[in-house]
Write a protein that binds this ligand. Sequence first.
Ligand code: GLU
Ligand code: ASP
Length: 502
Amino acid sequence: MAQHTRDEVVNSMPRTGFFGHPKGLFTLMVTEFWERFSYYGMKAILVYYLYYSVKDGGFGLPDALAMQIVSIYGALIYMSGVIGGWLADRFIGTRKSIFYGAILIMIGHILLSLPNNFNLLLAALLFIILGTGLLKPNISSNVGELYHKNDPKVDAAFTLFVMSINLGAFISPLFVGWLQENVGFHAGFMVAAIGMFCGLVVYVLRAKPTLGLSGLDVPNPVTPEEKNKTIITVSIIVAIVAAYFGIGKATDSLSLASFMNVVSIVGIVLPFFYFINMFISKKATADEKARVGAYIPLFLAAVAFWSIQEQGSTVLATFADKNTQLNMGVLTNGAIDFKIPAAWFQSLNPLFIVTLAPVFAWLWVKLGRFNPPTVVKFSIALFLAALSYLIMVYPLTHGGHLMNPVWLVLSYLLVTMAELCLSPVGLATTTKLAPQAFTSQMMSVWFLANTVAQIVNAQLVNYYDSVEKYQYFSHIGLVTLAFAVVLFVISPFMKKFMRGIH
Ligand code: GLU
Ligand code: ASP
């Protein structure tokens, strides 16, 4: 396939038409809006679907198992990006990846909208995992491909892109949550499917006229010499997976629990495999390797942060449903007769992101030379995340049976403030600390921090299930606080390893 220069690609599309940005940015933003609409809408009710009784339209699984499945599903969503990124990079380019990804995701949600069947559910999740792996990392790279490498507009483009992500994540739990409560789970999943369909239609109609040549080339195609090695590697992986399922089935030892354990091991090993590969690679200089060394504590801090953030859709979602007063009649002394759908709490984080992101961006600029370095921002993020759990201890030890939802709102607010200290800076630092030859791999590593976090969560939910709630929130809060302190203490030393990056 012909390779185009960056100039040819950038000049092949309308350069303006969307607030001074290429029209293609709008195409990608709308597509990603709908993709995240479907993802977060479905995720807002998934845990309820799993543990609600059969009579109430669910599967009646134990709470801990339900939360575990959601966590492993979330882990796989970001892990599959490794495959999606690789396929786009070496075989099909980002445009095709996004297209096929959207189709797979839509099929997954359609399957979920069909009557309950556990195997169908697993198949649906598999479709969404593979589809998201193809779409999510590649749509972000396609945004980057719309601009020259040093175009100052890129930062603004990504800010707008993140806004569209969170707008989708904000709106959909409102619809899907209401439908789940008032019509049923399958109606909620159907809306997620329709959302992805809208995204697909927009993408298909607008890609050609607005995206030009971007995403059509395969950036790093497999060379004829690499072909055999690639075929062998892929065959070995496929054989291992087939053997795992084949032997498991033959010996009757295949179970969801064992599958989740395997995913956990692979997910934890994967980022370290990437790190080791960078350390031993001849393609990275000594300075670059030092930076990778400095990245590891940041990676671990990101794991601790995403662990709490992602518990928003498992632990806190369950807490909202079972331990929070959702009856507005009780809260307002009968003034308002309305039951808040538990899934609506999932809209809080993206709502706070959309409203507070400009405030934080302004704050960092305003702080000027007092703007804290990345490591300190990470440490502040962990401190806020810890606080989001520690504040739960007070109402749990001083209140009645059901907690006032204001505390939960405050908890989501604190964790979102943490997210604003860590997520955008984390993405930027990932690109800055990446050795030149490993730029896209390093981005995969960043998303793998979320994977590892959700693998940790799959274990923590057992703890949540076995101790008093106030104990859980205080213990996890204190451990996170300890992480924050350690990171703060080592921050001056890390500076040395970052070799000029801060
Ligand atoms: N919540 C963000 C999204 O859906 C990103 C999560 C992450 O960076 O791990 O795109
Ligand atoms: N804040 C998350 C992500 O940026 C969305 C969510 O958790 O709902 O984008």
